[in-house]
Design a protein around this ligand. Structure first.
Ligand SMILES: [Fe+2]
Length: 275
């Protein structure tokens, strides 16, 4: 069983109704070449399953959603999405002026309805594939709702009690706010407040549960801080962008992560932009 794990893509459709936003976000609006190279790479690797860890689109509109669905459908494998903050954010036009992106409750609700209308599930899910259990945790709101915390605690407790051969792998957009991750961020950018880029509201005890219950955690969101952080046998992969932006310098952008569920470590492959 082979997974392809995609970091942030920030897809923007040329048909999106906010050309002003497209212009402001030109670095993500002009990524056709990179997406084509990504499609070629994933099709060559022929994974059994593709998982997007969110920020699949740059902001929610039906047009961006549909462009992203078309893209993932073209990769030749079934796919799953755990959403990012951008997947539930949106722009508005008021008195002729376009502002945003906003993450208001109203916009989030409309976006969640939009994903559901298209048949795309973005909530918390546990999926068993062979000996592995995949957990998809919805961290898109940043502040993790109590319901999600309870769901995770139950699953982590269960995973900690499974046999050592049965791996549990977690996928979520925003990394956990735990000490090793905070230390990693400040090691790359001293002086930065790491709390601002991480999940909010999770109880501190989640760290012990994570270490006891998980073997690997894959996250997106931190465009400037890709890396690998290990704590007591738990491997946390902070994924780089899987797209190559038009002109912005993000470390290791255009990286796709492949994972065989046979205990071997993930393999990260850079896109070949010559494609
Ligand atoms: Fe992102």
């Amino acid at each position: 069983m082979k997974l392809a794990i995609l970091g942030d893509l920030h897809i923007i459709s040329p048909d999106d109704p906010f050309p002003e936003a497209r212009e402001r976000r030109a670095h993500f609006a002009q990524t056709d070449g990179a997406l084509k190279a990504l499609r070629i790479l994933v099709r060559q690797e022929a994974p059994d399953l593709v998982i997007s860890v969110g920020d699949l689109i740059d902001w929610y509109s039906d047009e961006n959603r549909d462009a992203a669905i078309r893209f993932l459908d073209s990769l030749g494998a079934p796919w799953l999405l755990t959403p990012g903050n951008h997947d539930i954010a949106g722009y508005i036009r008021e008195n002729g002026e376009v502002t945003g992106p906003y993450e208001t409750a109203q916009i989030e609700e409309a976006a969640r309805k939009g994903w559901a209308d298209a048949g795309i599930e973005i909530g918390n899910r546990a999926i068993d594939v062979g000996f592995a259990r995949l957990l998809l945790l919805d961290s898109a709101p940043g502040e993790i709702p109590t319901q999600t915390q309870q769901w995770l605690e139950e699953n982590l407790t269960e995973s900690a009690n499974r046999s050592a051969d049965d791996k549990t792998i977690l996928f979520t957009h925003i990394p956990f706010n735990i000490e090793a991750i905070r230390r990693f961020i400040t090691s790359v950018e001293p002086g930065r407040d790491p709390h601002k880029s991480l999940q909010r509201g999770m109880p501190a005890a989640i760290e012990d549960l994570l270490v006891a219950g998980m073997s690997m955690v894959f996250t997106g969101h931190l465009h400037f801080f890709p890396g690998h952080v290990a704590v007591n046998g738990l491997d946390m992969y902070l994924l780089p962008l899987s797209v190559i932006s038009a002109g912005r310098v993000y470390p290791r952008q255009g990286t796709v992560t492949f994972l065989e569920l046979d205990g071997s470590p993930p393999r990260q492959v850079l896109l070949d932009p010559a494609h």
